[in-house]
Design a protein around this ligand. Structure first.
Ligand SMILES: NC(=O)c1ccc[n+]([C@@H]2O[C@H](COP(=O)([O-])OP(=O)(O)OC[C@H]3O[C@@H](n4cnc5c(N)ncnc54)[C@H](OP(=O)(O)O)[C@@H]3O)[C@@H](O)[C@H]2O)c1
Length: 345
């Protein structure tokens, strides 16, 4: 009896907020693997804000491609177990990551680059960490936080650091990396529950709820002497507040701009961009996937911090492939803490 499995397909592009009705779950046959291919039974799949940028007819130029309608959604990080292999170096039972998520089974070509190299089929060491942690701190999330803080922002001795969306997957790692390195770290997030998480569990030096008032004022209260580094996950009013608080030679790692992802029209730029000139600031965009060559360094450092208990890591798990769209909706509306994952099997 041939194998079949479910996959999530995009049926219509959302306008504004994502809805479950934009997607459909279909049952499809699983193809026999050809030479150099493996069949993977996916067990965990990632849910990322960046997916929202690809749920459009045309995504941002230079970014990962938009998802086509009525087709499997390729280019989403996933881990799973090899159930059939015709590829050298991969055996039945291996735990791997690859980029054909949001489906039960994937036929994956070994050595085929995916997601800028981040999602190329790779065997994972599950003696070191759980499979799903390779979708979080030991994978793309860890690499993004690591690249943003240490490379884009060039973290320096004594820097005061602000991280926005600090209770999320990337933000909670970036904030803790800076804290572990001895920096004063301010985190911001959108609920009191998240503030408790930042202060009581992650041990950050200060935190504020950006919904409690104008961000610039809240940041000034948390960092009366200003900041040196801003790790930007949000854009919009947060970036504007950072520009007003950055001290001379300060740096911004432009990681993401989630406040803009569901907007239906143009979003305003910061009104105070001249502060970058006035204070010799550097604003640098970056992609985690452009730092795949630093993955081993990141896994060594972050793996060590996890093992010695200095790094905390939270997962928000939604059970069932059919609930992947719901998990994305929860993530975008701020209902999740830490890394948002779908457990498939
Ligand atoms: N450059 C890269 O390579 C790269 C890679 C991965 C992710 N990213 C970016 O990094 C950012 C965080 O991604 P993640 O995967 O770690 O997601 P996440 O932080 O786990 O989830 C997103 C969070 O953003 C917050 N948020 C949503 N709308 C907001 C708004 N209007 N204003 C302020 N905060 C808002 C929500 O938390 P609150 O409750 O605090 O509002 C939500 O929990 C995103 O911008 C993403 O696109 C970039």
């Amino acid at each position: 009896m041939p194998l079949t499995g479910r996959e999530v397909r995009l049926e219509t592009y959302p306008r504004g907020e994502v809805r479950a009705t934009n997607f459909r779950i279909v049952e499809v046959p699983v193809w026999e693997p050809g030479p150099g291919e493996v069949v993977v039974r996916n067990t965990w799949t990632s849910v990322d804000p960046g997916l929202r940028l690809r749920l459009r007819e045309t995504g941002p130029a230079g970014y990962f491609a938009a998802f086509p309608l009525n087709a499997a959604m390729d280019g989403i990080m996933t881990v799973g177990e090899v159930v059939e292999s015709r590829a050298e170096g991969f055996s039945i039972g291996d735990t791997v990551w690859h980029a054909l998520g949001w489906r039960d089974y994937a036929v994956v070509e070994a050595d085929q680059p995916a997601l800028g190299g981040l999602g190329t089929l790779t065997r994972l060491d599950t003696d070191l960490a759980s499979p799903q942690s390779y979708l979080g701190p030991l994978g793309g999330m860890g690499l993004t936080a690591y690249a943003g803080l240490f490379h884009a922002a060039e973290l320096r001795h004594g820097d005061v650091v602000w991280v926005s969306a600090a209770a999320g997957a990337v933000g909670s790692l970036a904030a803790q990396f800076a804290h572990i390195r001895g920096h004063r770290v301010i985190g911001s997030a959108g609920s009191d529950e998240k503030l408790s998480y930042l202060l009581d569990e992650l041990g950050l030096d200060a935190a504020f709820n950006y919904k409690a008032g104008p961000v610039a004022g809240l940041l000034r209260e948390a960092a009366p002497d200003g900041i040196d580094v801003y790790f930007d996950n949000v854009g919009g009013d947060h970036l504007e507040a950072a520009l007003g608080a950055l001290r001379t030679w300060g740096r911004v790692a432009l990681c993401g701009a989630i406040s803009e992802y569901e907007s239906t029209g143009p979003t305003p730029g910061p009104s105070n961009l001249f502060q970058a000139t006035a204070n010799n600031l550097t604003l640098r965009g970056f992609r985690g996937s452009s730092y795949v060559h630093r993955m081993a360094d990141m896994q060594r450092d972050v793996g060590g911090w996890l093992r010695d208990g200095r790094l905390r890591y939270h997962e928000s798990i939604v059970a069932g492939l059919e609930r992947a769209p719901e998990a994305l909706m929860k993530l975008l509306s701020g209902e999740t803490i830490g890394k948002t994952l779908v457990r498939i099997a």
